[in-house]
Design a protein around this ligand. Structure first.
Ligand SMILES: Nc1ncnc2c1ncn2[C@@H]1O[C@H](COP(=O)(O)OP(=O)(O)OP(=O)(O)O)[C@@H](O)[C@H]1O
Ligand SMILES: [Mg+2]
Length: 205
């Protein structure tokens, strides 16, 4: 039985996920909630190894279906070995990206059929889904400019602007399809402006 709540944060590169995760953690911990912080792809020993394969620029070619399958293989580890056990203990879990990212990147970005992703989602996750997803939305070029100084790009970050425009649109489409769960947040202004929107949403959770 799930006792804790499962929150995910998603959005294009540089939207401010890592920045806002700190705010969310502090906010929840101040309420006496024990928060387990995790990320995708990754979050477990095997998941982090799969992340390496997915993001390394030394991985020269990867079929889009293989990319999708590896994401879900890592996710299967993640839910069974980390997320569900923590929720059953009563901890809350906060994940930097989750299944919505597969719809955005492999669906929107790579152009894979949504039905095939849904099929995999049902196969791996059954009815397991986040209680709340915070979608940080930002124009792609602004997000990119925020992370520019970070240096070396990973295999997916090397994609062109059109790829990330499709990713952003796929995220927005999902927030319109699942308005109860996915809360779209304008992340283009100050950190405080974004945090204030998040706080309002967390208050009602
Ligand atoms: N509202 C903001 N205004 C200006 N800069 C910001 C804002 N929020 C975050 N930043 C800065 O932008 C950069 C990217 O933010 P952050 O790392 O939180 O994004 P991210 O969504 O986690 O990116 P990635 O997808 O690459 O993990 C960081 O240097 C961060 O300090
Ligand atoms: Mg980040």
């Amino acid at each position: 039985m799930q006792k804790g709540k499962f929150i995910t944060i998603d959005g294009v590169e540089g939207a401010g996920k890592s920045t806002q995760i700190k705010f969310i953690c502090d906010y929840l911990e101040a309420k006496g909630i024990n928060v387990v912080l995790t990320r995708e792809p990754g979050g477990t020993d095997l998941g982090e190894k799969i992340r390496e394969l997915l993001l390394s620029t030394t991985t020269k070619s990867m079929h889009s279906d293989s990319e999708l399958l590896l994401m879900f293989a890592a996710r299967n580890e993640h839910i069974h070995h980390k997320i569900i056990p923590a929720l059953e203990k009563g901890d809350w879990v906060l994940s930097d990206r989750f299944t919505d990212a597969s719809y955005a990147y492999q669906g929107g970005g790579r152009g894979l059929d949504i039905e095939r992703i849904e099929h995999l989602e049902h196969w791996v996750l059954k009815n397991f889904t986040p209680d709340m997803t915070l979608l940080l939305d930002i124009p792609v070029d602004l997000g990119m400019s925020r992370v520019e100084s970070r240096g070396e790009k990973d295999r997916i970050e090397l994609e062109d602007l059109d790829f990330f425009e499709r990713v952003r649109q796929a995220y927005i489409d999902r927030s319109e399809k699942y308005p109860q769960r996915i809360k779209l947040i304008d992340s283009s202004k100050s950190r405080e402006h974004t945090s204030a929107q998040i706080e309002k949403i967390l208050e009602i959770l």
